[in-house]
Design a protein around this ligand. Structure first.
Ligand SMILES: NC(=O)C1=CN([C@@H]2O[C@H](COP(=O)(O)OP(=O)(O)OC[C@H]3O[C@@H](n4cnc5c(N)ncnc54)[C@H](O)[C@@H]3O)[C@@H](O)[C@H]2O)C=CC1
Ligand SMILES: O=C(O)C(=O)Cc1ccc(O)cc1
Length: 285
């Protein structure tokens, strides 16, 4: 049972976590904190949080669980603002889409690594932002990756794990580096491809006439290009190295398809498409 949960950034992810834990009845009080009073008021009016404050120090007073659910670029500032004010028994976690950058932001913001810090990332979300898009079942049967550090207190790790399980998620642990490499491939690259494709076609087409002839496949492939541009700029800057590595590899593979088409090499095209269909059908039966 969490006594007081403080969430910095009550948007899609922070709001959904609050709704999930309140629905599970495992949290006595949820306090929201952010820079934007209008966002916090909306969260309170929607019944997502019990109360809010704009003062980060006031927000963490009495909190046994603190969740950083702000954009990646805002993590360090929040840590600086609460430095020296966390309760001694408080667990601290985050939901950022890349992990090495958050670990660095937390270390720099606090001046040292808080022992109660457990880096985390729910692999669940949508292309929508803001608390109005939050819903309590967002994490049901979805994975949450925790990337504990050598310094991480095992009690804090257990408490953060339990929090996500109460929210309906399946928790796994891995290293920060492995997380950033895997997510660069499975989440960051697809988002960049979707943004890149839609932008390319938008600039190619006369007055976006081209989108009128887009079928379901285009919609499926590009839904995530409606995601928050600021969030994805932050992800690219935060996970630059791993993203560049996987983009280079992908560009090579795209080159292979280009060359097969140029050469009229149907066998190679068929081999690539069959391999891809087999893999997709196996993980999405
Ligand atoms: N959108 C998604 O599908 C997923 C996002 N994430 C991660 O979750 C985090 C939050 O993303 P969303 O919930 O989608 O964003 P959101 O835009 O819905 O919510 C972010 C909240 O942070 C607040 N905020 C912004 N700057 C702030 C600052 N400097 N100080 C305090 N509060 C501030 C905003 O007022 C807003 O309420 C990001 O770090 C993102 O990488 C993780 C998994 C999925
Ligand atoms: O909208 C979708 O399908 C997503 O992939 C959402 C998402 C965005 C960012 C993350 O770090 C995790 C999940």
């Amino acid at each position: 049972m969490i006594r007081r949960l403080t969430i910095f950034g009550v948007g899609l992810i922070g709001g959904s976590l609050s709704l999930a834990l309140r629905a599970a009845g495992t949290c006595q009080e949820v306090v929201g904190c952010s820079r934007s009073e209008s966002h916090l008021r909306e969260a309170k009016d929607l019944g997502v949080i019990d109360r809010y404050t704009l003062d980060p120090v006031e927000a963490v007073k009495g909190a046994d669980m603190v969740v950083l659910a702000v954009p990646l670029g805002a993590m360090r500032g929040v840590c600086e603002a609460i430095r020296g004010h966390l309760e001694p028994d408080a667990s601290l976690t985050d939901v950022g889409s890349a992990k090495a950058s958050v670990v660095e932001a937390v270390r720099e913001g606090f001046g040292e690594m808080p022992l109660g810090f457990v880096p985390g990332h729910p692999i669940a979300g949508t292309e929508k932002s803001g608390v109005s898009a939050a819903f309590p079942t967002l994490f049901h049967e979805r994975r949450v990756i925790l990337t504990p550090l050598e310094t991480t207190d095992l009690g804090a790790l257990a408490r953060v794990r339990t929090m996500w399980e109460e929210a309906g998620a399946v928790v796994e642990t891995m290293s920060v580096e492995h997380h950033d490499e895997v997510l660069a491939a499975t989440s960051h690259l697809p988002h960049l491809l979707a943004f890149g494709l839609v932008d390319s076609l938008a600039r190619m087409g006369e007055r976006e006439e081209i989108f009128r002839y887009a079928a379901g496949g285009f919609r499926d492939f590009t839904r995530i290009a409606s995601s928050d541009p600021v969030m994805w700029r932050d992800v690219c800057l935060a996970n630059q190295e791993a993203i560049l590595k996987v983009m280079g590899r992908y560009q090579e593979d795209l080159g292979m398809i280009t060359r097969a088409i140029e050469a009229g090499d149907g066998d190679s095209l068929l081999e690539i498409f069959q391999r891809a269909k087999g893999a997709r059908d196996r993980f999405c039966p």
